[in-house]
Ligand binder design. Structure first.
Ligand code: ZN
Ligand code: ZN
Length: 415
């Protein structure tokens, strides 16, 4: 039996994912896929390969809690008609690019499945760890029902393929139970539901409430029976409040949230995952990249409220996750979410969101999002101080000379 590889990072300035500052003179020993030791004193490890960081920052790999690996472009109605084989090639590019930006974990919010997760695990795709919801559950006419007004039920079959890719229509308690069980059977790490209108669907206004109390509670129960949870797309205070009251743990977007609803989220221990960069990029590039006109109209409703939602969430003490929700070519702006949040939040708050807070949201507390003994060795080396300058995390990973996932170098530009 070969012994497990050991790598010793010496002389790091450490951001451990939990604290609020960098700590000088730290040493981190990686053994196999996990971190074995973290110390402010030199670590002796005779067999380890030593990498002297000379005061560069060492931090946990980033986590994006709202990602769409299969979203090759902004028009979901069109994408549902495209061959899976084609979308998978896009997914590979999108995942590999995210890893190069320092995202060692992403949570897919609809579209990715076990095949894609298997391909990452097998190393066929050099991508982030992939948590996936499978297909999002939507009611007829809901945010993952991408049929236009004129379409009949048969038009949703896309019969050249084996069913829809991003969302599955399920109405009524027995149907949503079956749909949730189907995704859980295929290894979904959480269940995604559509609980309000959205930008990229053709027929539902933003203010539309989706799914009844009975349906949401039934889905939450199915997820909990698998020891996991529900993430819900929701914009308005009313939509968010219903979800939280019925047991949903992760609220996605929440652009229009108000103070009372934010307090309800905090009291219930629910997470909110803003995805502000996608609205900014849809406004800039949506039309040219093919977001349908109806989506551009709906975008106006949620775009303006984005940054204010951060102030409301912060004031209420909500656990704020980090997500991006970017579609297709716009994913290259994934790391711009940091700069948008910096208008309201401190760099340490933002980096904790993208590391330890997101890890807790993913039920991976202690495994991911921290530099600590026992955690997976998902590590970034940063040229400079990201707590002083978050822009170091932009530029497609240019300021990240080392990216490690599970103890394996995914990028190494240091001797
Ligand atoms: Zn959404
Ligand atoms: Zn999404």
């Amino acid at each position: 039996m070969g012994e497990r590889a050991m790598i010793l990072f010496e002389n790091a300035r450490l951001f451990d994912g939990l604290g609020g500052e960098l700590r000088d003179g730290h040493h981190v020993l990686v053994e196999g896929e996990r971190i074995r030791e973290v110390s402010d004193k030199p670590i002796k490890a005779a067999n380890a390969e030593v990498i002297d960081l000379k005061g560069r920052t060492l931090m946990p790999g980033l986590i994006d809690a709202h990602f769409h690996a299969m979203a090759a472009e902004p028009d979901f109605t069109k994408m549902e008609g495209l061959p899976r084989s084609y979308l998978h090639q896009h997914a590979r590019h999108l995942l590999e690019a995210a890893l190069k930006r320092g995202f060692t974990t992403v949570r897919d919010a609809g579209g990715a499945d076990y095949g894609l997760a298997m391909a990452v695990k097998a190393g066929l795709i050099e991508g982030p760890r992939l948590f996936y919801a499978g297909r999002a559950l939507t009611q007829t006419g809901g945010h993952a029902d991408f049929r236009g007004l004129e379409a009949s039920h048969g038009d949703y079959c896309f019969c050249s393929q084996s069913g829809p890719i991003f969302g599955v229509i399920a109405d009524g308690v027995p149907a949503v139970q079956k749909a949730a069980r189907e995704e859980l059977r295929r290894g979904a790490t959480q269940i995604k539901i559509m609980a309000s209108g959205g930008v990229s669907s053709p027929t539902d206004p933003i203010w539309n409430l989706q799914y009844s109390e009975q349906e949401i509670r039934a889905i939450v129960w199915e997820a909990q029976s698998w020891r996991t949870y529900v993430m819900a797309h929701a914009y308005t205070p009313e939509a968010i409040a219903r979800c939280v009251a019925f047991g949903v743990r992760s609220i996605e977007h929440a652009n229009l949230i108000d103070a009372a609803t934010a307090r309800q989220c905090a009291e219930a221990g629910a997470y909110v995952v803003p995805t502000l960069v996608t609205y900014q990029m849809l406004e800039r590039f949506g039309a040219e990249l093919g977001l349908p006109a109806v989506g551009l109209e709906k975008l106006k409703v949620v775009r303006a409220a984005g940054v204010q939602s951060l102030e409301i969430l912060k004031a209420a003490g909500v656990s704020i996750g980090f997500g991006t929700d970017l579609l297709g070519a716009m994913q290259q702006h994934q790391s711009h979410e940091f700069a948008i949040r910096a208008e309201v939040l401190s760099p340490a708050e933002i980096l904790r969101s993208a590391t330890s807070v997101n890890a807790a949201l993913l039920n991976a507390e202690g495994d991911l999002g921290v530099v600590a003994p026992g955690a997976y060795a998902d590590l970034l080396v940063v040229d400079g101080d990201p707590l002083d300058d978050l822009a170091l995390l932009e530029d497609q990973g240019a300021h990240l000379p080392v990216i490690m996932k599970g103890g394996i170098f995914m990028k190494r530009a240091l001797p």
